[in-house]
Unconditional design. Structure first.
Length: 205
C-alpha cells in the first residue's frame, strides 16, 4: 500500500525545507515544479504551445525558455497566468498519476508530492494526507527579496498570484506553522512523519 502526502503552501513559506526533512527520512519525493520545468524542454508539445502563446521573445540564445522572463509576464497578468496553467497543469497531473503508479509498483510505502498549487490544480484528490506550510506575509516578502533577489513589487505580485484562502482550509489537513526557527519546522515535520509511520504500522497489525 502506498501512502501519498501532498505538501503545499504559499511561495517561500518553507515547503522545500519540509520536503527535505521527509527525503532525509528515506521517503521518495516528487516536485511538481520540476515536472513542469521538464515540460518546457525544447521541442516538446508544451514548449511549442508556450512559444505560440507568448512569442519567441521569452527564449534564451540556446532556444530554451527563459523561465524568469516568462514569470515576469504571467505574474503581471492574471489572464496570461491562467493560460500558462491551462497549458502546463494537465501534463503535471498526468505525470503525478504516473509517478504514483510507478511507486505503487515498486511497493514503496510513502510518496511525498510537493506542489504549491495542489488545491488550485485539483491534485489534492490524489493525496491520502495533505500538509499545509504557512508563515506570515512579512516573512514571505523578506525571503523573496533577500533570498531570491526580487524587488518588492515583484515579490508582491508572486504572493498575490496565489489564492491564499486555499491554505486556510480546515479539516483533515495538517498545518505546519513556519514563523519560528528552522529547528522548530523540522521538529514539526518529524512529528508528522512519526504520525504516518504509526498509521502504517497500525494498518499492518
Amino acid at each position: 500500500m502506498l501512502f501519498t502526502v501532498g505538501i503545499t503552501g504559499g511561495i517561500c513559506t518553507g515547503k522545500s525545507e519540509v520536503t527535505k526533512t521527509c527525503q532525509a527520512s528515506g521517503y521518495s519525493v516528487v516536485y511538481a515544479d520540476e515536472l513542469g520545468h521538464n515540460a518546457y524542454h525544447v521541442g516538446t508539445n508544451i514548449y511549442l504551445e508556450i512559444i505560440e502563446r507568448f512569442s519567441t521573445n521569452i527564449l534564451l540564445d540556446n532556444h530554451e525558455i527563459n523561465r524568469s522572463a516568462l514569470g515576469d509576464i504571467v505574474f503581471s497578468d492574471e489572464t496570461k497566468l491562467k493560460k500558462l496553467q491551462q497549458i502546463v497543469w494537465p501534463y503535471i497531473k498526468s505525470e503525478i498519476k504516473r509517478k504514483i503508479n510507478l511507486h505503487k509498483v515498486n511497493k514503496e510505502k510513502v510518496l511525498i508530492i510537493e506542489a504549491a498549487v495542489l488545491f488550485e490544480a485539483g491534485w489534492d484528490c490524489y493525496m491520502d494526507e495533505i500538509w499545509v506550510v504557512r508563515c506570515s506575509k512579512d516573512l514571505q516578502m523578506e525571503r523573496l527579496t533577500k533570498e531570491r533577489g526580487l524587488s518588492t513589487e515583484a515579490a508582491l505580485k508572486r504572493i498575490s498570484a496565489q489564492d491564499i484562502s486555499q491554505f486556510n482550509k480546515t479539516g483533515s489537513y495538517k498545518m505546519i506553522e513556519n514563523s519560528q526557527d528552522l529547528s522548530k519546522l523540522r521538529d514539526r515535520t518529524i512529528e508528522l512523519i512519526n504520525s504516518i509511520e504509526n498509521k502504517l504500522n497500525e494498518s499492518f497489525n
